[in-house]
Design a protein around this ligand. Structure first.
Ligand code: SF4
Length: 87
């Protein structure tokens, strides 16, 4: 599950991918195949449901070419002293 305050994205190592397309069948809402059978990620930040499908695809990838990258999102935007908020 994506932790509060973070985003998760599916990543592909194109050089490692075999282009057979197992992942796209397991995560059809996130991945589609190009004309040669190589996956293209269609979703940027994964929802909870999409994250589950992405994890299935990562586990099933025979070439270990998929991974999930989680990035913390700052909860508070700090402003430089003297910079006012536009109204
Ligand atoms: S399962 Fe892995 S190796 Fe196969 S197409 Fe998807 S990313 Fe490439």
């Amino acid at each position: 599950m994506t932790k509060p305050g973070s985003t998760s994205r599916l990543r592909i190592d194109a050089a490692a991918c075999d282009g057979i397309g197992v992942c796209a069948h397991l995560a059809a809402d996130i991945l589609e195949l190009d004309r040669w059978g190589f996956p293209i990620i269609t979703v940027r930040d994964l929802s909870r449901g999409e994250l589950s499908a992405a994890k299935r695809a990562v586990r099933a990838c025979p070439r270990k070419a998929l991974w999930i990258e989680t990035t913390a999102v700052p909860s508070v935007v700090q402003r430089a002293p003297g910079v006012s908020t536009p109204s």
